[in-house]
Design a protein around this ligand. Structure first.
Ligand code: ACM
Ligand code: ZN
Length: 631
């Protein structure tokens, strides 16, 4: 029986085909870099006659092709169910005998003039092999051209089983359609976990039938724009119209969409801190019982009681009801229960919390938090789920079996692994996608710094830790300063290219120098898909050099990409290629100068003009992590 299915191809990024129709090996631009890529001689002709060939007893593989439908325009491909494939075919094959090298997610892809063969133990491997194959097709393929794909033999499998991104949908709400688009991009780079931060002080985003006020009240706040931590709180009588939530039907759709793309949706239900939206809905959950309003982004820490009261049994009944429905809705074997940044000041003053401390023989507020997390862990376990928490859950004693996401650096991860707990590495300096990704003066306002090269050079397994306990890593996009989908994309890419390689690629094939040209090819793919991304890596980074008293004596200029040329002025004019060139020696500051302006050139890229007052620069801490490389 011949089964036919139309698969539409959008072909992102002209990788092999330059204007003269000549192919070059250097244009093999795969992200994340596979374990082994061997160039074979010749080309495979990809044309309208190409089709996917599947053995009749492996018809389930047709499902794997579904996600590519619609994404890849406008070329129509056929799926044939047949025993023997011919020259035009791209044969997909689940191995009858397990290949231990490949594991559950690995694949072998062999492209030869006589056809393409993609084999794997499991469907996930076929899916990832197809994603690699897509990266061998040009971005601007119009669906009618014949494309010569260079012949290669690729062996590939992931280094880590946990390759995650987190999207905070509480601080700003992102639509179902946006999430699907985000998942599409994640799948292309072989991410397999999307943690949704569904609850926080700024909004509750998931329908819970037994507790309807969570979304009726907790999902809505007053409308505000501007700098998140500076804006005026909701005023009395002011309507709460900004926000939104996912119905269960929405979430099922997102979960299924993600599943087809081999992405697991990991729900995060924050507790005991960051719980103001729930407390607005049910004021009895906090120690004070006061009626607050959903936080619009103004400062709150310690001012409003946003923590659940650990002395109140009704809180555990609330947790049970929420986790019951979350466990039922999400197929994930894990629920992330947050656990970070809990202000414990209200616990200190609360008679119920103090009674709990006394009755349970707890030594301090850390142990009270640990008592809470351990009870939550039991509730989750009773519903067949394991808990994951931020590294604060180590304080006061770790709940049995809990998995730790290490975010305040790597020490939490090290401590948890040494206690034989599994760990997800997500230290903020290397994995936080909400931080500045380049010279701050030309970026939308945020804080701290996590450069592309920080993401790229990060090594997830700390020294002297048994790698067995390191499940992998995760990039986190908190959205306090991310009000819209376009900006979420800007903050995600290209750093998520780098993290994809950090989490998937073998240690010995990761190479920053080879990453840059590959990243540039993939930027073209983002252009073709209409996905936003940052070009911050091309900008100069300006850093003060200070003496022992903290006085700025010189100015250091740097760039992340080797070969970037930097030009500068101190005379209030905009620099260009004809201005003074920075030669790698920190600049002394001319008498009476007030401003430094810089510009960068890298091949055909021109960085933004950076103009900084020297007074402001003198207040800055030196930024030392970039690669200062000069000719
Ligand atoms: C966190 O960034 N507070 C987990
Ligand atoms: Zn209390």
């Amino acid at each position: 029986m011949n089964l036919r299915r139309n698969i539409i191809f959008s072909l992102l990024g002209c990788l092999f085909f330059n204007c003269n129709g000549i192919y070059g090996e250097s244009s093999l631009a795969i992200i994340p870099q596979p374990v082994k890529v061997e160039r074979l001689s010749g080309f495979y002709l990809f044309s309208a006659k190409s089709y996917f060939s599947i053995s009749p007893d492996q018809n389930e593989l047709k499902e794997i092709l579904n996600p590519f439908t619609g994404l890849y325009k406008p070329h129509t491909l056929i799926v044939k169910s047949e025993n023997k494939a011919d020259k035009q075919s791209i044969r997909l094959e689940l191995l009858s005998q397990n290949d231990n090298t490949l594991g559950d997610e690995g694949y072998r892809l062999r492209i030869e003039p006589k056809g393409v063969r993609l084999e794997a133990n499991k469907e996930a491997g076929i899916f990832y092999g197809l994603q690699t194959l897509m990266q061998l097709l040009p971005a601007d393929y119009n669906g009618t051209d014949k494309i010569n794909i260079p012949c290669v033999s690729i062996l590939d499998y992931p280094r880590f089983q946990w390759r995650g991104l987190l999207l905070d949908v509480s601080r700003h709400f992102f639509s179902k359609e946006f999430l699907k688009r985000y998942i599409d991009q994640m799948a292309k780079y072989k991410y397999n976990i999307l943690q949704l931060h569904l609850t926080d002080d700024q909004g509750w985003r998931i329908q819970i039938d037994a507790l309807p006020a969570l979304t009726e009240k907790g999902a809505w706040r007053a409308e505000r724009v501007g700098r998140f931590f500076r804006i005026e709180p909701q005023q009395s009588g002011e309507p709460a119209t900004e926000g939104g939530f996912y119905t269960k039907a929405d979430m099922r759709e997102i979960i299924e969409y993600a599943k087809q793309r081999k992405v697991l949706i990991l729900p995060e239900i924050e507790m005991p801190g960051h719980s103001l939206a729930a407390i607005v809905a049910y004021p009895g959950l906090s120690c004070t019982g006061e009626q607050y309003r959903v936080n619009v982004g103004n400062n709150f820490y310690g001012k409003e009681d946003n923590a659940l009261c650990v002395g109140n049994e009704a809180v555990f009944e609330y947790v049970d009801k929420v986790l019951e429905e979350v466990a039922d809705l999400f197929p994930s074997p894990y629920i992330h229960i947050g656990g970070d940044e809990c202000f414990k000041g209200f616990w200190q003053e609360c008679p119920k919390c103090q009674k709990r401390i006394e009755e349970e023989g707890l030594k301090n507020l850390h142990e009270l938090q640990s008592y809470f997390i351990k009870r939550v862990q039991k509730i989750a376990q009773s519903k067949g789920k394991q808990i994951i928490g931020w590294d604060e859950i180590l304080e006061g004693g770790l709940a049995p079996g809990a998995i730790v996401t290490s975010w305040r650096g790597i020490n939490g991860g090290i401590a948890a692994a040494r206690k034989n707990h599994q760990v997800i590495m997500s230290p903020m300096d290397y994995c936080y996608l909400d931080l500045y990704q380049g010279e701050p003066s030309v970026e939308p306002k945020t804080y701290s710094m996590c450069l592309l090269s920080d993401c790229y050079n990060y090594e997830p397994v700390p020294e002297n830790v048994d790698p067995y306990y390191i499940l992998g890593g995760q990039g986190n996009l908190w959205t306090e300063s991310v009000p819209a989908g376009r900006h979420a994309e800007y903050m995600t890419w290209p750093r998520a290219f780098a993290l994809a390689e950090t989490f998937w690629s073998a240690k010995d094939v990761r190479d920053w120098k080879s990453f840059i040209p590959r990243m540039e090819q993939h930027m073209k793919r983002l252009d073709a898909s209409g996905v936003n991304y940052a070009k911050s890596v091309y900008n100069v980074i300006v850093s003060p050099v200070k003496d022992a008293e903290g006085k700025m004596t010189h100015i250091e200029l740097g760039a992340e990409i080797e070969g970037t040329e930097i030009y500068y002025t101190f005379d209030e004019t905009d620099p260009d290629r004809y201005s003074k060139r920075y030669e790698g020696i920190p600049l002394s500051i001319p008498k009476s100068a007030e401003t430094i302006r810089c510009i960068t050139y890298y091949k055909d890229k021109i960085g933004k003009v950076v103009s900084l007052s020297l007074d402001e620069l003198a207040k800055r801490r030196p930024i030392h992590r970039y690669n200062i490389v000069f000719d």
